[in-house]
Design a protein around this ligand. Structure first.
Ligand code: ADP
Ligand code: MG
Length: 240
């Protein structure tokens, strides 16, 4: 593994005795944009939630920057996760939504202000800081949700189907925004989607999952031009 990447070794997950993730081995280079793709129920969210520390690993190891994080709390892992549902606080301004997690982590007020300012500039939401989530469009809300991750300055960003609540047109423009964000920030990003087009356009590395197993991991070109099996060919080979 590269010193600063991430490595999953033999990662398994069972719920109530039923195994749904069956031993995942995966190397992720620092700064890579990795996309987990596969049909609904294949285990994408569970895998991401184990990396985030929101779900315990039943067996195996997750190492980030050479450190085993399997038993660390989410806040200790240097990761930040962006959810499909935004999970914004409706009664708080955008500014307070962006700063809340930092406040809880006892970051100083002037540092919070600086980070909120920087993140809102990157996401072009500086003019919305005094609004509440209810006064924002879906795309603007998703930017705030991403902003909340950026202010924490994580090593790794995790995205779980962040665009699936948006209409088709907005999905395309937000996808371009996320690609720009990755270029500008340079962080490792792991992005979950069931959308082949999103996977093909965003990824440095695509990880195709089926029933809790990796069917193939490779560059978009590799999985497209040289699919490992008919499942991958069928799933990736028919972009919408
Ligand atoms: P995806 O995100 O790819 O749609 P999930 O990771 O949500 O898939 O789910 C993978 C499998 O694990 C599914 O069979 C799902 O029913 C099961 N599962 C996920 N979370 C739980 C849970 N908390 N309890 C029991 N089963 C779960
Ligand atoms: Mg999911």
């Amino acid at each position: 593994m590269t010193k600063n990447g991430m490595r999953l070794t033999g990662v398994r997950k069972s719920f109530g005795g039923l195994e749904v993730i069956h031993g995942i081995d995966l190397d992720i280079l620092e700064g890579a944009f990795v996309v987990f793709v596969g049909p609904s129920g294949c285990g994408k969210s569970t895998l991401l939630r184990m990396i985030a520390g929101l779900e315990e690993v039943t067996d195996g190891e997750i190492a980030i920057k050479g450190r085993d994080v399997t038993d660390l709390d989410p806040s200790e892992r240097g990761i930040a996760m962006v959810f499909q549902s935004y999970a914004l606080y409706p009664h708080m301004s955008v500014r307070d939504n962006l700063g809340f997690g930092l406040k809880m982590a006892r970051v100083g007020a002037s540092d919070i202000e600086a980070r909120v300012k920087a993140a809102s500039a990157i996401l072009k939401i500086d003019h919305l800081l005094d609004r509440r989530p209810g006064q924002l469009s879906g795309g603007q809300r998703q930017r705030v949700a991403i902003g909340r991750a950026i202010v924490r300055k994580p090593d790794v960003f995790l995205f779980d189907e962040p665009l699936s609540n948006l209409d088709a047109e907005l999905r395309v423009s937000m996808r371009i925004e996320i690609a720009r964000l990755h270029r500008e920030l340079g962080n490792t990003m792991i992005y979950v989607t069931h959308d082949q087009t999103e996977a093909m356009t965003l990824a440095d590395k695509i990880v195709v999952l089926k029933d809790g197993r990796i069917e193939q991991a490779g560059s978009p070109r590799e999985v497209y031009e040289d699919p490992a099996n008919s499942f991958v060919a069928g799933f990736i080979g028919s972009p919408r």
